[in-house]
Write a protein that binds this ligand. Structure first.
Ligand code: ES4
Ligand code: ZN
Length: 319
């Protein structure tokens, strides 16, 4: 039997495939700087996180309406269902859209509509997480969260992403306090390019319940002990780490070591349209590099369920 997969680290904008960029540009009359798919695809060689983010944000220009956000999300869900995903917790970078004049309701409404429909059509349950851009002012994040909380679209949690180094988690303590006060679940990217100190402050000053990436935690033994003791989930994204040069090759990825240390690691796809594949592709790459056995694959699948924000009944249905 195929193991039920859970996706816990996925930026919906990171599922914007090159073909869909051209399709939406046509739909919306957007003039692209690329003459062909090949010319666009040639831009996908990244040297670090920032070089990826520059293209990721530029490509968002084609997303304009609620229908566009719904199309993007529906296409992701269809691909995820083919991979065997049964539950997905999806980030949306709302400030990447509101800052270029798109209404919050168009963004959240479109993603929410498609996620709801996906429960029926492809059988994927989901949670919606609003992720704040840490390289924009914390006051803007706070204002956006207030607007989300006052609006009609329910969200399940908040995250923190974009350029990491120089933007430590503690800058967003007030945003996370407001999230907690409103019953939201809390995650943050930390220890992707940033140092272990950022993982400590994500835990201590934001109160996160999962750490996105967290791979640089391995540089700090005391931090590893704490993460193991607390069964703190890490949402690891192997192909992302290779493509953003966090690790040299998949064979150098520390995932086996992380499992060995007893960390609660999960495998996820981050921005699959940019990094060479979806969750099944990430698992296949690990399998090929490390010859993971059935027991390891089962641990990873169970970790995904345990680390999810499903309630106990929802988890039990997936085990
Ligand atoms: C992201 Cl891989 C990654 N890291 C940080 N922020 C992001 N936003 C979208 N993908
Ligand atoms: Zn990410």
């Amino acid at each position: 039997m195929r193991l039920p997969l859970v996706e816990l680290h996925l930026h919906i904008e990171g599922t914007l495939e090159p073909e869909l960029i051209f399709e939406l540009a046509e739909r919306n009359g957007v003039d692209l700087p690329w003459g062909s798919l090949e010319e666009l695809r040639a831009q996908y060689a990244f040297s670090d996180l920032q070089s990826f983010l520059d293209l990721y944000y530029a490509n968002l220009e084609v997303l304009r309406t609620r229908a566009d956000f719904a199309t993007l999300t529906t296409r992701y869900l269809e691909r995820a269902a083919a991979a065997g995903v049964r539950h997905a917790e999806v980030f949306v970078d709302v400030q990447a859209h509101t800052s270029r004049g798109i209404e919050l309701g168009e963004v959240l409404g479109g993603v929410h509509d498609a996620l709801q429909a996906g429960e029926r059509t492809v059988g994927i349950s989901s949670k919606l997480l609003v992720s704040f851009l840490r390289d924009r002012p914390p006051a803007e994040a706070l204002a956006v969260l207030q607007q989300v909380l006052a609006g009609p679209i329910p969200v399940d949690g908040i995250g923190l992403d974009s350029a990491e180094v120089g933007y430590p988690p503690e800058l967003f303590a007030e945003v996370y306090a407001l999230g907690t006060a409103n019953g939201l679940r809390l995650v943050a990217h930390a220890g992707e390019e940033g140092p272990p100190a950022y993982v400590w402050t994500a835990l201590d000053m934001l109160g996160v319940e999962r750490v996105d990436h967290g791979i640089r935690s391995l540089e700090d033994d005391a931090l590893v002990r704490r993460l193991v003791d607390e069964r703190m989930p890490l949402t690891v994204c192997p192909l992302s780490n290779v493509r953003l040069r966090v690790v040299d090759t998949i064979a150098d990825h520390p995932l086996p070591q992380m499992l060995e240390l007893g960390l609660l690691v999960t495998v996820n796809s981050d921005d699959p349209a940019y990094f060479g594949g979806y969750i099944d592709d990430n698992l296949a790459a690990l399998q090929e590099a490390f010859a993971l056995g059935a027991a390891d694959r089962a641990v990873l699948a169970r970790n995904g369920v345990e680390a999810s924000f499903l309630d106990e009944a929802g988890k039990a249905a997936l085990y």
